[in-house]
Design a binder for this molecule. Structure first.
Ligand code: SAH
Ligand code: SF4
Ligand code: F3S
Length: 440
């Protein structure tokens, strides 16, 4: 038998791209490809791209520049561009970079094997009528005991700064039964922790059977049904919009033990003026009231958010409002970004604020978040949490896993095995992780 062909995938952007990369690897597996960790020995290089900020898009072109020499030395090598830049720029990529053989969007990557087989330059950025998930091969469980599972794609919210509704298209929910089948398959392969993914995951409205979206399944109903799968021990979901946190989803945080006490609920800004200009359709006060209700259901929940600083028109006062909101919530984690004008979005029409001012605000905000993150971590010391072992640590006899609250935890446990969920008492907190002792 001939040596298998090797596929190297580089993934940029969000978890949905991580999920898509796994599924593209599985799809190419049916054509005899195995994955490799370096571009140098690959027969095919796939860049799964992100379009969210200008820098993310630029990375694609600098990586392609570097791949040119590699392809010159190995003319049979195929280069593919997938993901959100592929969707946004399409054939423009092959025009600008003739070394690119394949351009495939997030909704059409089930066609990747046939595109690769066809030879020559192939571009497919359609939103096809068929559901790619029905045509992809069965999942492998390649990331150990924790797995992602996409349940919803696209976004109808049209925040004024964001490209996602254009690159990923309208909201579509997968049928509940297909998701449950995929989850059961993952659990049979050893998965214990599933994170449900969607660009707007809590807007999930799937049909029950074979039919697609618009059904009467909500995210909370899906979570409650998943929780009945024996062997599945933890459920998380991301990313959520504040306006889609319904009563039953909040209740599930209190009464569904498998739903983990971690919630990423992006607010973007604490200024009502800016929230309005961003088209977020809620106020800072409404967000704070929502947080109160979630904490009433699950008092120890760890909260996380995304923030954009330097949105067009943001004043010092607006920025102070954002800092006030952060102080009022007390986050365990957060991602913050300097506003980046994206072509085709409404906010890109507006004059930008001084770049240095935005840089300074980002630093101030990040310092506050770091302070809060450390305080939340330090408060874990002495507490007992669940830890799911994901891999051996650097030191002999050590295991590393994620806590219920998604903290990385190091545990000295010579007999521990990957995939085990153990009780741990947290004994110390360092800048990016916790240490603890196994108590069961
Ligand atoms: N669907 C998710 C987020 C998707 S993008 C949500 O609604 O929360 C992830 C994050 O990138 C966003 O939450 C936002 O903080 C940031 N982001 C999106 N567009 C951006 C832009 N043009 N400039 C800077 N940050 C941006
Ligand atoms: Fe983008 Fe807003 Fe949709 Fe999130 S909710 S993906 S930020 S448009
Ligand atoms: Fe980026 Fe697309 Fe995700 S733009 S953040 S990869 S949905």
């Amino acid at each position: 038998m001939a040596d298998p062909k090797k596929l190297f995938i580089k993934t940029y952007g969000c978890q949905m791209n991580v999920y898509d990369s796994e599924r593209m690897a599985e799809a190419m597996g049916t054509d005899g490809y195995v994955t490799t960790d370096t571009a140098e020995d690959a027969d095919m290089v796939l860049l799964n791209t992100c379009h969210i900020r200008e820098k993310a898009g630029q990375k694609l072109y600098s990586d392609l520049g570097r791949l040119r020499a590699l392809k010159d030395a190995k003319p049979g090598m195929k280069i593919g561009v997938a993901g959100c830049v592929a969707q946004a720029e399409g054939a423009e990529i092959t025009r600008r970079m003739p070394i690119v053989d394949l351009v495939v969007g997030p909704q059409s990557y089930h066609r990747l094997p046939e595109m690769a087989r066809a030879g020559g330059q192939q571009v497919n950025t359609e939103f096809p009528a068929e559901d790619k998930f029905d045509l992809l091969p069965e999942r492998k469980a390649t990331r150990g005991p924790a797995a992602f599972l996409t349940v919803q794609e696209g976004c109808d919210k049209f925040c004024a700064f964001c490209v996602v509704p254009y690159t990923r298209g309208a909201e579509v929910s997968r049928p509940a039964q297909r998701i449950l089948t995929e989850a059961r398959g993952l659990v049979e392969k050893g998965v214990r922790d599933i994170t449900l993914l969607g660009q707007n995951v809590n807007a999930y409205h799937g049909g029950g059977g074979g039919e697609g979206g618009g059904g009467d399944w909500t995210l909370s109903r899906l979570i409650r049904e998943l929780a009945r799968i024996d062997g599945l021990q933890r459920i998380r979901y991301t990313t959520s919009h504040p306006n889609d946190m319904d009563d039953d989803l909040i209740a599930a945080h209190g009464d569904e033990p498998k739903l983990m006490p971690y919630l990423h609920l992006p607010v973007q800004s604490g200024s009502d003026r800016i929230l309005k200009a961003m088209n977020r359709k809620h106020t800072a006060e409404a967000y704070l009231r929502l947080i109160e209700r979630i904490r009433a259901a699950r008092p120890d929940i760890l909260l996380s958010s995304d923030f954009i600083v330097g949105f067009p028109g943001e004043t010092d006062r607006d920025f102070e409002d954002t800092l006030d909101l952060i102080r009022a919530v007390g986050y365990g984690a957060a991602y913050s970004f300097k506003y980046s004008a994206r072509p085709g979005t409404p906010a890109a029409e507006k004059p930008e604020i001084d770049s240095h001012v935005a840089d300074a605000r980002l630093q101030t905000l990040q310092a506050l978040i770091t302070e809060q993150q450390r305080a939340v971590q330090a408060a874990m010391v002495g507490r007992e949490v669940g830890v799911l072992y994901e891999k051996p640590g650097r030191n002999a006899g050590q295991m590393i896993g994620k806590s219920d609250h998604l903290h990385a935890v190091h545990v000295d446990d010579a007999t521990g095995t990957v995939g085990e969920l153990v009780r741990v008492r947290i004994s110390a907190s360092s800048s990016n992780s916790l240490a603890g002792e196994r108590i069961s």
